[in-house]
Design a protein around this ligand. Structure first.
Ligand SMILES: *Cc1c(COP(=O)(O)O)cnc(C)c1O
Length: 217
């Protein structure tokens, strides 16, 4: 196995952030966000032993990863159209962007049909930004209750993308609070600019793209 100084550096920063707040580094999964990166950037990170990758489009993920599917754990981190539910359920290990009733119904149907169940995260729009996907914080408890009661879906955790121009900490704290009151203990939060902060607020996975692969084309 080869090494990658970029990967080592991110893993090291995750470990130091975790230890700095009395957590165990192993509690935090690095999701390497390879969306829109040329394969020359992704290959060295894969070769250096990274196994968990995040993609934001179903089609792009399938064309890139199909032939190496058994080597990696794949997370869908971009918005999912209901009409792509079949492919998404068939292909991904984790879908992090469940944010509406129609999608819940479509995923539940596909999971039943295919006998394959990706782990699911409910996306919360903590900043209540109109252009952003995700449930409003005030809708989230009811949505999770519906997932459980109506669709028999048990989410693994919650995911958020804080507004770019605000301190991220309060958004991470809000996500943690909503998760706790719904009995969920997994939090997907933190990106290149704020993953160490997210770890302090309890992130169990961080989604890091540009800090690992360089700026996207
Ligand atoms: C692109 C993206 C990331 C990675 O962002 P960086 O700032 O490059 O680390 C993380 N999460 C989601 C949902 C994304 O779309």
């Amino acid at each position: 196995m080869s090494t990658s100084s970029e990967l080592d550096s991110i893993i090291d920063r995750i470990a130091r952030a975790a230890e700095g707040c009395g957590r165990v580094p192993d509690e935090v999964t690095l999701v390497a966000v390879s969306k829109l990166q040329p394969w020359e950037k992704v290959a060295p990170i894969l070769a250096a032993g990274q196994t968990v990758f995040g993609e934001n489009r179903v089609q792009e993920a399938m064309s890139r990863w199909s032939e190496r599917r058994d080597q990696v754990e794949l997370h869908l981190i971009g918005p999912l159209q209901t009409n792509k539910s079949r492919e998404a359920v068939a292909f991904f290990d984790v879908i992090e962007t469940l944010d509406r009733d129609r999608l819940a119904r479509a995923l539940a149907d596909e999971i039943q049909k295919q006998g394959r169940a990706p782990r699911l995260y409910v996306q919360v729009n903590t900043g209540e930004e109109p252009q952003k996907a995700g449930l409003l914080p005030a809708q989230t408890d009811g949505f999770i209750a519906d997932l459980r009661r109506q669709y028999g879906l048990e989410p693994e955790g919650l995911m958020c993308i804080p507004p770019v121009n605000e301190p991220a900490g309060p958004h991470f704290a809000l996500l943690a609070k909503i998760a706790a009151r719904n009995g969920l203990d997994r939090l997907s939060m933190g990106m290149s600019d704020d993953f160490e902060t997210a770890i302090r607020f309890g992130a169990t996975s961080v989604r890091v793209g540009s800090a690992l692969f360089g700026v996207r084309a």
